[in-house]
Design a protein around this ligand. Sequence first.
Ligand SMILES: Nc1ncnc2c1ncn2[C@@H]1O[C@H](COP(=O)(O)OP(=O)(O)O)[C@@H](O)[C@H]1O
Ligand code: SF4
Ligand SMILES: [Mg+2]
Length: 333
Amino acid sequence: MTTELVKTESPSTLLSVRGLRVEFPIRRGMFSKKQVIRAVDDVTFDLRSGETFALVGESGSGKSTTARAILRLVDVVAGSVLLDGVDVTRLSKQELRATRRNMQMVFQDPYSSLDPSRTVGDAIAEPLEVHTDLDAAERRSKVGDLLEQVGLERAHAERYPHEFSGGQRQRIAIARAIAVEPKLVIADEAVSALDVSTQNQVIALLERLSAELGIAYLFIAHDLAVVRHIAQTTAVMYLGRIVEWGPSERLFTEPAHPYTQALLSAVPVPDPERQRRRERIRLSGELPDPADPPGGCAFNTRCPLVMPICREQSPAVTEVSGGGQVACHLSTT
Ligand SMILES: Nc1ncnc2c1ncn2[C@@H]1O[C@H](COP(=O)(O)OP(=O)(O)O)[C@@H](O)[C@H]1O
Ligand code: SF4
Ligand SMILES: [Mg+2]
């Protein structure tokens, strides 16, 4: 029995991740034996051109490592990452450079991606220098266009990152990410540090850019409330695995996995009846040690609906009515 979540590839598939596994060696104390953390375990999903696909789950569930593996910023132990049918995990360094043009990233903290000693204009021009033949004047003009495209002013190119608010800095990071017209932008907790109204503005900007430029997003967030409106498809990760995925519409109204239900019980809904039903499932306890995950279903130590079989067997993957798949013994019986 396999627990792999598989979607069939269609012609409009932009990114196809299959059986992705990433491990980190760890050593705890001088005399303890070497252990590994399987940060990403058998992760499989497809992202269509122009689509927004959300990856959600608590901190430590493997979201950022999945993103970094797709960009080949960490080594992949097993699996494949196909961008436009080309396996990124097998490319040489040189081939990878060309492919990176099509995959750009926006991080939670723009300070980590924006050099404080360089002007905003220089930061946005950098990918243009690496990936295009534009001369200095053309780059300057393009930077001005990009600033306007993300709701800032051309004159902002001369300023430094610290002169901007958090929301404006994310706009700058987005301008830089879209400068080379990538097909895919990975937004890793890109709005998580912003207040709710700024979050909504940045999400509206991302949606507009997707509509205008056909960009697809892999949108990563620990907070489910944030992804509901931007993502057509949502996948939920727990201890390195996708435990449920499906059309956001279905997943948010009829979550099939107890973990998804628990995450959603923290998100208020307007319908009081649905709110009451949801509150029955609360998430308790800490995320288990990822170096020593529970056997059977990895969620069994925190699942309010746990059964004896959950401690012995890993649940098979089944289809969910309304779309998507789930890995839970409750759905196989
Ligand atoms: N470079 C690393 N070395 C060792 N462990 C790591 C490294 N990066 C991430 N991890 C571990 O991998 C797991 C997944 O981390 P991460 O992908 O950052 O999760 P998320 O983005 O969902 O918070 C965590 O247990 C984390 O501690
Ligand atoms: S398989 Fe068992 S422990 Fe895991 S989520 Fe389902 S009911 Fe809970
Ligand atoms: Mg992360």
